[in-house]
Design a protein around this ligand. Structure first.
Ligand code: GLN
Length: 546
């Protein structure tokens, strides 16, 4: 294959949220499916060192990698599409760039020099871009530049792209520019002006787009493509339309039809072949032709924003396809749940998932929901905070420890069944200090999880500060809730189950981060299966009542 790594930059114009992440992931999929070792990284132009301190309402879900990086949710798409793990090096923010330059300045690495945006910040960006390329693990690195070309905060990144294109030389680095082609329904017309201006803005910074990907609601006619090619200095074959798709998983095929992979490989001086998308297309076929459906309640406090639970929603899509079931996810706001309305809100569901989260808001609703599903034998899946709520509910209502709580919610709880780990007690900084990344976990033989994973030890990704308090373990186990997953080094409880219940599993880690198209997460697959079984039982009961 190639000897030098090739670089593809993906920039966006006019408005962000054009789906740069999905285009980057789809192109990467097409290149990977032709045998090119491909990875994607995201450069985010905000000043937070990482998105870990951001509220999901600000930036959607925070995605966690094996090496414990708290990253942008686009990395989740990269992993789901490519089935290759990402790492700290795959997400860089302006905050991290500046932090690193300032640390170097303090160490005296620039002694005698004035430290400036150009060349010091741009050099740092260039170095970060090439870390993955220089590792020798990849033939092609796709770098997605977050934000919008023309914004003040994007300038150093675009300048770094200009320099890198120059340094690396022809055929080694190209720029794909994503724009919006708005449709004016009153005039019945597609408008190219915003694209022309966005390409011009990019050129003002000395960067010529090599490929245009145009987001549109309607097919781009031939004459419009020629016009775009003429005005934007790109070849007609390099004007690619990205038409609205019913699922993001259709985008690789749509890009293939448009020839995006061919154009890109030609510009990089690489050979193209027909990508092998057999497995991908088998998934799509199952996803689009479900035999039946189930409805899962997703109980959380950020449910208004789809992006807050992105990886969970995608994991349900993978698990649904695996089971040939359409999974309808019904978002339920935990703040509006209470003992009086719980049956009305939950009884029609086939299973519930209590979501991860932080802070006190809405937690009593989550506890009421756990009680309802536990007592009504409805499949339950608790993730991180969801698992902690299941432990609190069990302690309160089965062990009769009415004041059981997590010290996150009540610092002086009389029965802190969920408590801060000893290693967390002296930590004051909030950024990057949780238990993060992949940790191993031993599974108890004959448990649900042992059957589901078909393994004795697993590795799963974490993002939390609080833990199951081992002081209560034997009492809780004697009452019927069993710890079926234990961290072998720390003895921390990672999984709880109730063997008496048809399917009641709570996990301290985040399985959703590891679910991909080619390897759906076994816990989600098993939970959907359990929900289907429950649905058939519910149907049986209602038939018998008729
Ligand atoms: N807030 C809880 C903790 O910090 C749970 C975190 C989560 O759900 N990711 O332990």
């Amino acid at each position: 294959m190639t000897t030098t790594t090739k670089y593809i930059f993906v920039t966006g114009g006019v408005t962000s949220s054009l789906g740069k992440g999905i285009i980057a992931a789809s192109l990467a999929k097409l290149l990977q499916a032709q045998g090119y070792r491909t990875t994607i990284q995201k450069l985010d132009p905000y000043i937070n060192v990482d998105p870990g301190t951001l509220n999901p309402y600000e930036h959607g879900e925070c995605y966690v990698t094996d090496d414990g990086a708290e990253t942008d949710l686009d990395l989740g798409h990269y992993e789901r599409f490519l089935n290759v793990p990402t790492s700290q090096a795959n997400n860089v923010t302006t905050g991290r760039i500046y932090q690193s330059v300032i640390e170097k300045e303090r160490r005296g690495e620039f002694l005698g020099k004035t430290v400036q945006v150009i060349p010091h910040i741009t050099d740092e960006i260039k170095e970060r871009v090439q870390i993955l390329g220089k590792s020798g693990e990849f033939d092609i690195v796709i770098t997605e530049i977050g934000g919008t070309v023309g914004d003040i905060e994007s300038l150093p990144y675009i300048e770094a792209v200009r320099q890198l294109k120059w340094d690396l030389g022809e055929h080694n680095a190209i720029v794909i520019h994503l724009t919006l082609i708005p449709y004016l329904s009153a005039a019945g017309e597609l408008k190219t002006k915003p694209t022309q201006h966005s390409v011009k803005t990019l050129m003002e910074s000395g960067v010529q787009a090599d490929v245009l990907v145009c987001r549109t609601e309607h097919e781009l006619p031939e004459d419009l493509r020629s016009k775009l090619a003429l005005f934007c200095n790109v070849r007609e074959e390099a004007v690619i339309q990205s038409i609205d798709a019913s699922t993001i998983y259709d985008v690789p095929n749509l890009m293939l039809k448009q020839g995006l992979d061919k154009v890109v490989l030609k510009k990089l001086g690489l050979e193209s072949a027909t990508p092998d998308l057999t497995q991908w297309n088998q998934f799509l076929k199952r996803h689009k032709n479900p035999v039946t459906e189930v409805t899962i309640g997703l109980i959380g406090k950020y449910v208004e924003l789809q992006d807050s639970y992105k990886s969970i929603l995608e994991a349900f899509i993978h698990a649904g396809a695996e089971n040939e079931v359409k999974v309808n996810v019904e978002p339920i706001h935990s703040e509006y749940l209470n003992e009086d309305n719980i049956a009305v809100k939950l009884s029609h569901l086939n299973g519930i998932l209590v979501a991860p989260g932080f802070g006190e808001r809405g937690i009593e609703g989550k506890i009421d929901a756990v009680k309802y599903v536990r007592e009504n034998n409805m499949p339950f899946f608790g993730i991180c905070l969801g698992m902690q709520m299941a432990v609190i509910e069990y302690a309160r209502n089965v062990l009769n420890l009415k004041d059981a709580n997590s010290t996150e919610m009540e610092a002086k709880a009389a029965n802190p069944v969920i408590d801060l780990m000893a290693s967390q007690k002296d930590i004051t900084d909030k950024g990057g200090t949780m238990r993060l990344g992949a940790w191993s976990c031993d599974l108890k033989p004959n448990s649900i999880v042992h059957k589901v994973y078909q393994a004795n030890t697993i590795m799963e990704r974490h993002r939390h500060r609080y833990e199951f308090n081992n002081k209560y373990k034997s009492d809780i186990e004697q009452a019927g809730m069993i710890a079926t997953g234990i961290n072998p080094d720390t003895q921390l409880v990672e999984i709880i189950e109730i063997p008496e219940h048809p399917w009641f599993v709570g996990v301290q880690y985040h399985p959703e981060y590891k679910s991909t198209v080619s390897s759906p997460h076994p816990l989600f697959v098993a939970f959907v299966k359990a929900a289907l079984k429950h649905k058939n039982k519910q149907k049986g009961v209602s038939m018998a009542q008729k």
